[in-house]
Structure formats: structure tokens, C-alpha cells
Design a protein around this ligand. Structure first.
Ligand SMILES: Cc1cc2nc3c(=O)[nH]c(=O)nc-3n(C[C@H](O)[C@H](O)[C@H](O)COP(=O)(O)O)c2cc1C
Length: 209
């Protein structure tokens, strides 16, 4: 059984290009397989909570010493980490907001990057950090932007804080097999937008096999 986790980070509904593209990806991917489960999280509409004083104290406490309140403070995080640990393939729809990821996705990332659960920390070790996600996971990240040319080698690549950040943070916990697909020109519309969306759907069709 292969498990796919589908995350959407756009607060837009049918107008969202990332949603349309992640839906296309998941539909194609599922149609090629028999033994699959798909979980969907709508981070754009129902984002996880931001971390709090209680969350931070609990996350960095020895698990054996956690109080019932501390465990309650970490309940959402534990569920999201368990889900991610059990996922084989991650499909992520990411609107570019102010050159980076939307706050709703950052709230999710703050919940799943957890000492002792998704990364290890040993202050005595030469390299204190160890990624803890099991090997073999893969992520497909579909990014939509108002302008275009943010992909590697493009004229606006230097402004792109989405891809470098996601590669860094997912690599830190052990997921370094990430494939990015870009759609652009949302703010221009017309032929420029439709050509970009068509190319992104073509790329999705190539990848979702
Ligand atoms: C708050 C906000 C910030 C944005 N910042 C950028 C940006 O920095 N660069 C860019 O090219 N487009 C930017 N856009 C445009 C979005 O990236 C674009 O509309 C994209 O298609 C949104 O994804 P969605 O269609 O899935 O909702 C921004 C849009 C919003 C609402």
C-alpha cells in the first residue's frame, strides 16, 4: 500500500492554480495504481495552529516528563508528524507569497519539524543534527506565481525563497527528493497564463506516472 499525502496551501478555491494542478497530479497518480491511500489536508483554509509558549516548552521537554497539558499542547503536532512518517509521496500546492511560502504552510512546517521525532539533536556529536524521516520518500511541489521565471536559471530565480527554503527544511528532516513544477503569470492572465498552465499540466502528466 502506497500512501500519498496531498497538501494544499492556497486559501483560494476553484480560482487556485496550485489546487487545480495538485488535483490533476493526484488524479493521474491514483489512476495508475491499485494499492493506494490518499489523505488530503487543506492548509490554505484550515491551517494548523501557530506554535505557542506551551508548545515550545513541551516539544523540547524530555517526553517522559511531559505533563497531560504538555501532551495536549503537542497533540496536533503528533498527529501531523505521525501522518508524515507514514507517507510515501507528498504532493504540495504552494502559492508564492511575497517571494516565500504562505504563512499557512509555515504553520504546518513548524508543527512537523520536531526534535526527537523528525530530526535528532545530539549536542556532543560532530554533526549534532540527524534527519529522522525514513528514507525513500518523495515530494512533488507545485508552485504558482503572479510573475514568472522563478525556476532555476530563470530571470527571477534569485528572488525565489520558496524552493530553496523547502529544499532546506525538508532536507533537514530527511526528505531530499523533491521535484518542483512551476506555473506563472497569474497576474498577467490571458495567453501568457494559459500557456504557463498548459506547460505545468504537461509536466504533471510526465511526473504522475
Ligand atoms: C499575498 C500575496 C502575495 C503574493 N506574492 C507574490 C510574489 O511575491 N511573487 C509573485 O510572482 N506572485 C505573488 N503573488 C501571486 C500568487 O503567487 C499567484 O496569484 C498564485 O497563482 C497564487 O496561487 P493559487 O493560484 O494557487 O492561489 C502573491 C499573491 C498574494 C495573494
Amino acid at each position: 500500500m502506497t500512501k500519498l499525502l496531498h497538501l494544499d496551501a492556497s486559501p483560494r478555491g476553484p480560482r487556485s492554480h496550485t489546487r487545480t494542478l495538485t488535483d490533476d497530479f493526484v488524479t493521474r497518480w491514483v489512476s495508475q495504481r491499485s494499492e493506494v491511500t490518499v489523505a488530503h489536508r487543506d492548509l490554505g483554509v484550515r491551517p494548523p495552529p501557530h506554535v505557542t509558549e506551551g508548545w515550545i516548552a513541551a516539544a523540547f521537554a524530555d517526553p517522559a516528563t511531559r505533563t497531560p497539558q504538555m501532551r495536549a499542547d503537542l497533540a496536533v503536532s503528533e498527529d501531523l508528524v505521525d501522518e508524515l512518517l507514514g507517507t510515501d509521496v507528498l504532493v504540495l500546492g504552494v502559492p508564492m507569497y511575497n517571494f516565500g511560502i504562505p504563512a499557512m504552510l509555515k504553520a504546518y512546517i513548524d508543527q512537523i519539524v520536531r526534535v526527537g521525532r523528525t530530526f535528532g539533536f545530539d549536542p556532543e556529536a560532530e554533526n549534532p543534527y540527524t534527519p529522522l524521516l525514513p528514507a525513500g520518500k518523495r515530494a512533488y511541489v507545485i508552485v504558482s506565481t503572479g510573475d514568472s521565471g522563478y525556476q532555476s536559471g530563470g530571470p527571477l530565480a534569485g528572488l525565489n525563497q520558496v524552493e530553496p527554503y523547502l529544499r532546506t527544511v525538508f532536507g533537514f528532516i530527511g526528505l531530499d527528493d523533491l521535484e518542483f513544477v512551476y506555473a506563472g503569470n497569474d497576474e498577467f492572465g490571458g495567453e501568457r497564463l494559459s500557456a504557463s498552465l498548459a506547460a505545468a499540466h504537461d509536466r504533471v502528466a510526465e511526473l504522475a506516472v
